[in-house]
Design a binder for this molecule. Structure first.
Ligand SMILES: [Zn+2]
Length: 271
């Protein structure tokens, strides 16, 4: 379980790194597949690139739906399509992006681009939906890089589907030991602090648990409303009161309800 958590984190932490653009000398060798919202650039097998193009469209619809964004078709069309660069292998990916050895994929928000590599076993199921969520959160909901970290990483992990149970179970273990952070502490976490943290897995587990609680218990539409209310720099307390006036209307109410939910949730959840 620990090794699975760590493997997941290697993917997640890449989003926190500085971004580099693609090496220009490689440009002429790339081939591309153009979909409705994505252009997949690849050098190897066409079949794999095609399956990535179709999976990306599926994730796009699902993520937009989970964010309560029902006008998603207007985004990322034609010249505004997002780019996916599938490098030949891990070494080529590292060389082109400057990413460290443990990195499996990354999202460049400014260029609306995701980089990974053809032999990454985790790309389709984890890196792609995770990094896509980071891009969509900014583009659809209008965040300008000021997304609260727990919300950003929480929703990105939530969309990785296959990793939900193990991370939510991790949060439950923390809850049983009385080690859950307060919602305020989660909200104060910065990428710099997280990088230095001894147990980053704890933060990620709590982030997905909190986001999962809001989406499952209060619905996607309201979650989208909460995101939009936070994007202009609004305080969490105000955004909660505006979005959930009848239930988790402030940080104290949210924390109480979330912690009770974590402890009461069944050990095995559906994916
Ligand atoms: Zn991430």
């Amino acid at each position: 379980m620990r090794s699975q958590l760590l493997a997941g984190l290697l993917v997640i932490l890449t989003a926190l790194l500085p971004q580099h653009s693609l090496a220009e000398e490689d440009a002429e060798k790339w081939q591309e597949i153009k979909g409705k919202h994505f252009i997949v650039h690849y050098k190897g097998e066409k079949k794999l690139a095609e399956s990535i193009a179709s999976r990306a469209e599926k994730y796009y619809r699902q993520i937009a739906e989970d964010l309560g964004h029902n006008r998603h078709d207007n985004f990322w069309l034609w010249e505004n399509r997002a780019k996916i660069y599938l490098h030949e292998n891990h070494a080529a990916y590292m060389k082109a992006t400057g990413a460290p050895g443990w990195s499996r994929g990354r999202a460049n928000y400014a260029m609306k681009q995701i980089d990974s590599y053809a032999t990454s076993m985790t790309f389709l199921d984890t890196v792609l939906p995770h990094e896509l969520t980071h891009l969509i959160l900014r583009d659809f909901l209008g965040f300008k890089g000021e997304v609260p970290l727990w919300l950003d990483e929480g929703i990105a992990q939530w969309e990785e589907k296959g990793n939900r149970s193990i991370r939510i179970e991790h949060a439950r273990t923390l809850a049983k030991k009385g080690k859950l952070m307060s919602v305020s502490e989660l909200g104060n976490m910065t990428p710099q602090e997280l990088r230095k943290s001894e147990n980053p897995a704890d933060f990620y587990a709590q982030a997905i648990s909190l986001v999962g609680y809001l989406i499952e218990q209060h619905g996607s539409e309201k979650f989208g409303k909460l995101c939009r209310s936070l994007r202009s720099g609004g305080k969490l307390d105000d955004a909660l009161r505006f979005t959930y006036p009848q239930s988790v209307r402030n940080i104290v109410a949210l924390e109480e309800a979330w912690k009770a939910h974590v402890l009461s949730a069944p050990a095995k959840r559906k994916q």
